[in-house]
Ligand binder design. Structure first.
Ligand SMILES: Cc1cc2nc3c(=O)[nH]c(=O)nc-3n(C[C@H](O)[C@H](O)[C@H](O)COP(=O)(O)OP(=O)(O)OC[C@H]3O[C@@H](n4cnc5c(N)ncnc54)[C@H](O)[C@@H]3O)c2cc1C
Length: 454
């Protein structure tokens, strides 16, 4: 397995580190799809915007992306309708179509060079899944989204039926992000890299060497780095998944995936690219992703060869909808965009549209669907694990145990030797061998104490 991703190859523009105090109209924290799209939209609205990125642009989940932008997958329209009613499902369908149209317009502008290609998106199932796929099709139609159900004649994996949405898209994630950054900078966006935000108030974001004072703060760090208000750490989990490039010619066109979200497959250049879903970060995963590929999928892709798996993580909510909007009830000027559940390209565009509209004082009925304050839907496991781990942390301090703890909320870290990472089982922060932080919600390094040998 490799940590350096093939999408990252190519020229990278270097941005400075934030030093000293700056002022702006809005500060965006995080330089992935969400942060960059929101920053660009705010610049278009005429705001002076500063973006602070902990590492380099795209160093989080956004470069670990298959590059699919589609109305299909992630949220089930049938389940959404059952849970929240037809009105919500229709508003969701409309907001998704608006986001897709905006994404297409942006990514196909002259000079964009994002590798945008149109492709039909197919979710496949076996004979026994026909009814399930049929229900999904009907719910999509009621929500105003055009789809079709037919025999899966071209599917590269065993499948009897496929639910298809035509003219969806594939793009090159890194080229798309570079385009967002270039466009933003053309409109005055100031980007700072290697500037991790370690402290935050409602109008001030602080890094180790500087700070930005701004009336609006947008947290787009994948997993939100501020625990309260919002209590997102009780309502989000981080899941691992893998990108596996395959040598060998694709015998299909479009994008194929199974309806349960276990895999997705696209063409890439002369080969293919596969997305394999993994488990929750911190869980024990006995099967290596390449082994999983060889056991489950390789027999059907005869000429394809896999040699590397690139790991990435994304945040998931319990109901499948992202959290987009004010951070908490009492923080109307501080926003969050997270929980994209493997659909960050669409989610980021929704976030950009929704947050910029709010800042401009425009109302949008669709906002309530994605609100971070919508009811229910917490995940039980992270809450239980956090409780036990925090109790363990205090007991450990008392008795001087030497196990490393996550600086976010004190959960005990687990070491994963195959990727040489320490992982937090409660909220998914990860650290390298020596405790250097790899991803949110933690904002500080972990202290790893090694026992002296001999
Ligand atoms: C294998 C895989 C395949 C995927 N395929 C697709 C796909 O085909 N289509 C799709 O739409 N989505 C896909 N996704 C999901 C998508 O990649 C994510 O939803 C999306 O990238 C999330 O974007 P983001 O900006 O919220 O987070 P990120 O890209 O993680 O960006 C967050 C940024 O915030 C920075 N940050 C963190 N903490 C701080 C801090 N304290 N201060 C400053 N900066 C900070 C990080 O360094 C990071 O750069 C896939 C995900 C994976 C893992």
């Amino acid at each position: 397995m490799e940590n350096q991703l093939f999408w990252l190859q190519g020229d990278q523009t270097v941005h400075p580190i934030l030093r000293g105090r700056r002022t702006a109209d809005a500060v965006v924290v995080g330089g992935g799809f969400a942060g960059l799209t929101i920053a660009l939209w705010l610049c278009k609205a005429g705001l002076r915007v500063v973006l602070l990125e902990a590492e380099t642009l795209g160093s989080g989940a956004s470069s670990r992306c298959l590059g699919k932008a589609s109305l299909l997958g992630g949220v089930s329209y049938a389940r959404l309708e059952q849970r929240h009613g037809r009105e919500v499902s229709a508003a969701y369908g409309l907001s998704q179509q608006n986001a897709f149209a905006a994404l297409r317009e942006l990514a196909t502008q002259p000079g964009a060079d994002c590798g945008w290609v149109e492709a039909d998106d197919h979710l496949t199932g076996l004979e026994r899944d026909e009814q399930r796929l049929g229900e999904e099709l009907q719910a999509m139609e009621r929500a105003g989204v055009a789809a079709g159900l037919g025999k899966a004649t071209q599917s590269p994996m065993p499948a009897d039926f496929s639910l298809t949405v035509k003219d969806m898209a594939l793009l090159h994630p890194m080229r798309y992000m570079r385009w967002l950054a270039r466009e933003g900078e053309r409109l005055g966006l100031k980007i700072y890299e290697h500037s991790r935000v370690t402290s935050m108030e409602t109008n001030l974001a602080g890094t180790p060497r500087g700070s930005v004072l701004a009336p609006y703060i947008i947290v787009a760090t994948g997993y939100p780095i501020v625990n309260t208000p919002g209590w997102y750490f009780l309502r989000l989990i981080q899941r691992q998944s893998w990108l596996i490039p395959l040598n060998g010619e694709a015998q299909f066109s479009g994008i194929y995936g199974d309806w349960q979200g276990e895999y997705a497959l696209r063409r890439l250049g002369k080969g293919m690219l596969m997305h394999l879903a993994g488990g929750r970060v911190g869980e024990k995963r006995p099967v290596h992703p390449l082994e999983m590929y060889r056991q489950r999928y390789a027999p059907y892709l005869e000429n394809a060869r896999a040699s590397h798996a690139y790991g990435g993580i994304d945040t998931y909510t319990a109901d499948g909808l992202p959290f987009i909007g004010p951070y908490g009830k009492k923080t109307p000027n501080m926003f969050v965009a997270c929980g994209f559940g493997g659909r960050g390209l669409m989610g980021s565009m929704l976030a950009a549209q929704s947050i910029s509209a709010r800042i401009l004082g425009l109302s949008n009925d669709g906002d309530a669907i994605y609100s971070g304050q919508r009811r229910g839907d917490g995940f039980l496991m992270p809450q239980v694990q956090a409780g036990l781990s925090i109790a363990g942390h205090y007991a450990g301090n008392l008795f001087r145990f030497r196990a490393p703890y996550c600086p976010h909320m004190g959960c005990k870290l687990r070491y994963r030797p195959e990727v040489r990472l320490w992982e937090c089982p409660c909220h998914g922060s990860r650290f390298d061998d020596i405790g250097h932080i790899k991803n949110a919600p933690a904002t500080r390094d972990a202290v790893i104490r090694y026992r002296r040998r001999g």
